[in-house]
Design a protein around this ligand. Structure first.
Ligand code: PMP
Ligand code: GLN
Length: 380
């Protein structure tokens, strides 16, 4: 694989964050908060370190965290994964996704995913020898068309890879859309992997409904979560897969050959974090809703065509009003032109031809968002 001329292939996030650093730009690209999570969470991890929890955790994760993940799912959704064999802790949601694809997809299988789709999906499916079959969510509404979804199923379809709240569009699938996914999965006997890492980031009184909670879904669904988003600790890389013991065991069998296990003290920190009171979770969503509004209104005032998100900490917007048909060119020019970094959404499509839509992250302090908007307004 290596040899003369072989260059490292970095993800768009690495590329754009490097550009942000080089230009001293406001980084509204890669989705990581610019503040640490709650003090009691940081302290719980630090205490675990001081108390000597510094060696390998068990393969499935420390019992305290598996209990906390199961309790969190019961408290919020009435789901009851068994902490003993229905939960496996992973090195972020990324590892859970990759392990799930390697475990459940065989060479030649097709995996249907919403498009645009988070960049690791295609990589993970390809590593498993499968093929990603995209089902488009179209701007400005980004709704899931159930007829389009059904039409994508062939005899080779093995599983549906769903993501809600959805990166990069910010769409939160509504109950009728989820019901259509569930009905199709049952009718065509498909497995489902559902990436719900933004489960607590839904706005305007909307509700996050886990696919696994729909009738007929529990036995065929692996649910993937991550602590990085909810507790603003993306660098800890603590994620998980939950579901019926048989499917979780298959994910875990692969995970043991990827990382085996990781992050013992962070696992204790997240075990404490998941038990945070309702006020924390409500304040988290409300705080991001304010930042969403700041970003959406600011971008609109500057002249972007903005597609308001229902959840996540991302917003997409068209750069066509500024004469651009190619979001990648816009994003490559933006750091020098305005001192701001954004992500072109074309990288989240199988066909990466130019598209005029870019993604801004608003997981930044309000004053940083305001400064990003000021620079955009001055430079565009
Ligand atoms: N899924 C989605 C939709 C994401 O946006 C991300 C990262 N932001 C991940 C998975 C990966 O999560 P983690 O950092 O826990 O690996
Ligand atoms: N998930 C984060 C985003 O969408 C980035 C994670 C990464 O850097 N790979 O911005």
């Amino acid at each position: 694989m290596s040899g003369p001329g072989r260059r490292p292939q970095t993800t768009i996030f690495t590329t754009m964050s490097a550009l942000a650093q080089r230009h001293g730009a406001v980084n509204l690209g890669q989705g990581f908060p610019d503040e640490s999570g709650p003090a009691h969470v940081i302290e719980a991890a630090a205490a675990a370190m001081r108390e000597g929890h510094n060696q390998y955790p068990p393969l499935a994760g420390v019992p305290e965290l598996r209990q906390a993940i199961a309790a969190h799912q019961e408290r919020w959704y009435g789901l009851t994964p068994d902490p003993a064999d229905g939960v496996t802790v992973t090195a972020g949601a990324t590892e859970a996704l990759t392990a799930a694809m390697l475990a459940l997809v065989d060479p030649g299988d097709e995996v249907i995913a919403l498009e645009p789709s988070y960049d690791s999906y295609k990589a993970a499916i390809t590593m498993a020898g499968g093929t990603l079959v995209p089902v488009r969510l179209e701007a400005p509404e980004y709704r899931l068309d159930s007829a389009r979804l059904a039409a994508a199923v062939t005899e080779r379809t093995k599983l549906l890879l769903i993501n809600s709240p959805h990166n990069p569009t910010g769409t939160v699938l509504h109950r009728d859309e989820l019901a259509a996914v569930a009905a199709l999965a049952v009718e065509r006997d498909l497995l489902v992997v559902t990436d719900e890492v933004y489960e607590h980031l839904v706005f305007d009184g909307r509700e996050h409904v886990p696919l696994a909670s729909l009738p007929g879904m529990w036995d065929r669904t692996v649910t993937i979560g991550s602590a990085g988003k909810t507790f603003s600790v993306t660098g800890w890389k603590i994620g998980w897969a939950t579901g019926p013991a048989e499917l979780v065991a298959r994910v875990q069998d692969v995970k043991q050959w990827l990382s085996f296990a990781s992050g013992t003290p962070f696992q204790y920190g997240i075990a404490a974090a998941l038990g945070s009171d309702d006020g924390f979770y409500r304040g988290y969503a409300a705080g991001y809703q304010e930042r969403r509004d700041l970003m959406v209104h600011g971008l609109e005032e500057i002249g972007f065509d903005v597609y308001e998100p229902e959840g996540t900490y991302f917003v997409t917007a068209s750069v066509a009003p500024f004469g651009y048909g190619d979001g990648l060119r816009f994003c490559l020019e933006l750091p020098e032109r305005c001192g701001v970094v954004a992500i072109p959404t074309q990288v989240f499509y199988l066909d990466q031809s130019p598209r005029p839509v870019v993604r801004f992250a608003f997981c930044k302090r309000p004053e940083v968002i305001a400064e990003g908007l000021r620079r955009l307004g001055a430079g565009l």
